[in-house]
Design a protein around this ligand. Structure first.
Ligand SMILES: NC(=O)c1ccc[n+]([C@@H]2O[C@H](COP(=O)([O-])OP(=O)(O)OC[C@H]3O[C@@H](n4cnc5c(N)ncnc54)[C@H](O)[C@@H]3O)[C@@H](O)[C@H]2O)c1
Length: 490
């Protein structure tokens, strides 16, 4: 039984690592009549795939471009009829990502034909892997001059080289020392930008601290993630913010998909991969997710799909109730974390302290701010990205943002939607020159990104109903419409 589930999980994880594609929403066929096929179908459905299978699965068009077919008898996995696993070198991975980012491509083409970015310079400070490289190329194709920066831990050196070969300057070095790292970040800021695209607001904050003159000449900045917005809002409240920032993270086309589905899939599969190398697994194990924001919701759902017994700890009453209604046991971390895989999804330093680490079986971070977890004493290396404390708890990726530093980041289609939202936000910064502060992306821009994504992904929308203004032109409730008095008609 356990072996069949392990085999099903291995197939699922192989699809994700071969392709870096999203499971949620994807048409998938699972061939085979055995228990592996049944377990695999359940796991994929639990992660949001549209699965058909068994004999009936053979009727589906297995060569449709986005359909994945798992043959549980042979172990073969195909995408659009071709075996997965052939993305090749960094240039090949970049091209593969670009081919699966139609939403960003469409929005960038609109910006190019409108000339929105012509003559402007855009700095991109983000984890440097194939999807970010494609964002830089799309910005360049839309007429901007672009430079890219990434932290050493978040730099894929081969992708950096491939991007330089395609003409984009890259201020990132995976081997930089902390001093070189600071010098590299400042050199990036000193290039001077009209718009800064940031993730975690690290460069935005550094520029405010050490290059305030550069900040003053920006039209504005965009911020990708929750933990980047928190300090920017605090800076604004304290009068320290000196630029307008569009909160890309808060648009539903970002948080509703990237934080929920993307981080859920990529963090949980990275955790399962790492536990596997240490001879452990999430199947049938207790797991505690701390924080039930969009990231925690996705992580909990994906852990449950792989067969973990998931519990949740939350400080926010509405989100704790939501976890309860999603079917999880909810309670304090120290009670629920004993012997469990503990995953922090809070984005707050100090979430998992040394005592909880000692009580847990394994600990990982799905969000990612420094010092989100801490432990007593030193660590003993077990496998790449896996250590053990002196008290025996496995520490995954030393508390790093696990899908970024120990895997290939979020799935491609997820970043396609996030980067389409980024492109819309960059256009909004250019078009509106936002006042100092943190601003929501306009509903019109968010709707446009969502409608573009629905169109390119072949989602047919329901016809528009009668507009509310027409329905309510007579505002009186029909319930109390004046009826003729029956006594007058008799
Ligand atoms: N790795 C990625 O690809 C990726 C993608 C998106 C977001 N993120 C990061 O993930 C983190 C979470 O994102 P989010 O959008 O879900 O954030 P969020 O702020 O919406 O949710 C965090 C939740 O944690 C809860 N919380 C905070 N401290 C807690 C504690 N000590 N115990 C229990 N609950 C606690 C909060 O009440 C909140 O509900 C952020 O750091 C974000 O930047 C990472």
């Amino acid at each position: 039984m356990t072996d069949a589930r392990a085999e099903a999980e291995r197939l699922l994880r192989r699809f994700a690592s071969d392709t870096n594609l999203l499971i949620a929403g994807r048409p998938m066929t699972v061939l085979g009549e055995g228990v592996v096929a049944a377990y695999l179908s359940d796991m994929l459905r639990g992660m949001g795939a549209r699965v058909d299978g068994g004999q009936s699965g053979q009727d589906a068009d297995s060569t449709a471009a986005d359909r994945v077919v798992f043959d549980t008898d042979t172990g073969a996995i195909t995408l659009g009829g071709n075996p997965t696993g052939g993305r090749g070198d960094a240039a090949g991975r970049l091209d593969f990502a670009a081919a699966h980012m139609p939403v960003s491509t469409a929005i960038a083409a609109e910006l190019a034909s409108a000339g929105t970015l012509a003559g402007l310079s855009v700095g991109v400070s983000m984890t440097l892997e194939p999807k970010t490289a494609n964002l830089a190329l799309l910005l360049a194709s839309a007429g901007a001059s672009v430079a890219v920066y990434a932290h050493p831990d978040e730099t894929d050196p081969e992708v950096a080289a491939a991007l330089r070969e395609r003409g984009v300057p890259v201020d990132a070095d995976a081997d930089a020392t902390p001093d070189q790292e600071l010098a590299g970040a400042l050199a990036f800021i000193d290039r001077g930008f009209d718009v800064l695209v940031d993730d975690g607001s690290h460069v935005t904050r550094l520029a405010h601290d050490q290059r305030p003159d550069q900040v003053r000449r920006w039209l504005g900045a965009t911020e990708e993630t929750t933990s980047g917005l928190t300090p920017l809002r605090a800076m604004h409240a304290g009068g320290a913010l000196a630029t307008g920032v569009v909160a890309v993270n808060d648009a539903v086309t970002k948080t509703g998909f990237d934080n929920r589905y993307g981080t859920g899939q990529s963090c949980v599969l990275a955790i399962a991969d790492l536990l596997d190398t240490a001879g452990a697994s999430v199947r049938d194990q207790p797991a505690l997710v701390i924080g039930y924001g969009p990231v925690g919701v996705g992580v909990a759902a994906h852990l449950r799909a792989l067969g973990a017994d998931v519990r949740v700890s939350e400080i926010d009453p509405a989100r704790a109730l939501l976890a309860l209604h999603d079917g999880y046991e909810v309670g304090p971390a120290d009670a629920l974390g004993k012997d469990a895989l503990v995953v922090s999804a809070t984005g707050w330093p100090g979430t998992v302290g040394p005592d909880l680490v000692d009580a847990a079986a394994a600990v990982a971070v799905a969000g990612g701010v420094p010092h989100e977890i801490s432990w007593h004493g030193g660590l003993i290396a077990v496998a790449p990205h896996v250590d053990r404390t002196t008290t025996g708890t496995l520490i995954l990726d030393r508390g790093g943002c696990i899908n970024v530093t120990a895997a290939e980041g979020n799935p491609i289609e997820i970043m396609d939607l996030s980067f389409a939202t980024q492109l819309a936000a960059i256009a909004e910064v250019v078009g509106t020159r936002p006042s100092i502060g943190v601003h929501a992306l306009s509903p019109t821009a968010v709707d446009h990104v969502a409608a573009t994504a629905a169109r390119v992904r072949g989602v047919t929308l329901a016809p528009q109903p009668t507009p509310a203004s027409a329905l309510h032109s007579d505002w009186r409730s029909p319930r109390y419409a004046v009826r003729p008095d029956p006594s007058e008609t008799s």
